[in-house]
Design a protein around this ligand. Structure first.
Ligand code: ATP
Length: 290
């Protein structure tokens, strides 16, 4: 491992490059030769079971954990040696949030704005996370979901080029989750690169441009949510109903089979559905779940 920024990875197209990353705890590998590329301007979701190495990997990328081996470039620099100017270009929303419970929402956002060379306007950030109504409430009195939104406000305050989001919507109600997803997609649309870890497959499906599945410290597949694990090539399942009951057919030519069924019924096929394996199906397959 060298202390120099890895110039070969300083690429206008790439926000994060990882090659052969390793980290052991007491002789046992937590990250075991992991390779990863995150493109600038994408939302990349890291999925994996408990203990797969997601937190270890992201904390190495954030510069908060050391590594045993491998090359890492984040915004063109090695996080192990990058300084405060690099840190000001990234935003981090951790699972454990900053202790601002004694301050109001507005006070805490204004307070943290001082840490950044070019902070966003605090009132605008509070508005963006939907906390304007709560700006005078003490952080300690917010609900779990509101508190997470304050954490996100603090994470995007420095107008980061790259934002790390660790399980951001745990404890959100469905409506707030949708609004949060819109906020994150909006950040991506204005050019922010986002590395998201989540256990919610619907969140990855809704938000991510690409998904990386990590198992036992290695990436086992990277693709768009639609194509992960060869999902787009998998046979479809057709289901329909007639007087005899429900029928099911696995099909590699679903359009032709639907046409055949429609001809047989002389029009609409009762209760017809055509499905491919869900993201959850391929994910469980990739992690080798029973
Ligand atoms: P989760 O989904 O539960 O957050 P994860 O994918 O983030 O899991 P990590 O927290 O990176 O997984 O842990 C990977 C492995 O490393 C686990 O086996 C864990 O027990 C081990 N580990 C992580 N941190 C430490 C530590 N500080 N000391 C010892 N072992 C650790």
């Amino acid at each position: 491992m060298t202390g120099e920024p890895t110039a070969q990875h300083t690429d206008a197209e790439t926000a994060i490059t990882v090659r052969g990353l390793r980290r052991e705890y007491r002789g046992r590998p937590a990250v075991d030769g992991l390779d990863l590329d995150v493109r600038r301007g994408e939302i990349f979701a890291l999925l994996g079971p408990n203990g797969a190495g997601k937190t270890t990997t992201t904390e190495i990328l954030e510069g908060y954990r050391s590594r045993d081996a491998g090359e890492v470039a984040v915004l063109g620099q090695d996080p192990a040696t990058a300084g405060p100017r690099w840190r000001a270009r990234i935003g981090i929303v951790l699972q454990e949030s900053a202790d601002v419970s004694g301050l109001t929402v507005r006070e805490s956002v204004r307070h943290f704005a001082h840490y950044y060379p070019k902070p966003r306007d605090p009132d605008e950030v509070i508005e963006a996370v939907g906390l304007t109504d709560k700006q005078n409430a003490r952080a300690g009195a917010l609900s779990g979901g509101q508190r997470r939104r304050l954490d996100v406000a603090l994470g995007i305050l420095g107008d980061p080029e790259l934002l790390f989001l660790d399980e951001p919507t745990t404890g959100f109600d469905p409506e707030v989750r949708r609004r949060f997803w819109a906020l994150i997609a909006g950040l991506r649309d204005t050019g922010t690169t986002i590395l998201l870890t989540t256990h919610y497959l619907d969140e990855a499906e809704h938000l991510a441009d690409r998904v990386g599945v990590i198992r036992a410290g290695q990436i086992v597949d990277v693709d768009s949510p639609e194509r992960l694990g060869g999902r787009h090539l998998a046979p479809s399942t057709l289901r329909w109903r007639d007087a005899e009951g429900t029928h099911q057919l696995r099909s590699t030519a679903p359009a032709a089979d639907v046409a055949r069924l429609a001809a047989r019924f002389g029009g609409e096929v009762p209760e017809l559905t055509v499905t491919r394996p869900s993201l959850e199906d391929v994910y469980l397959d990739l992690i080798g779940a029973e």
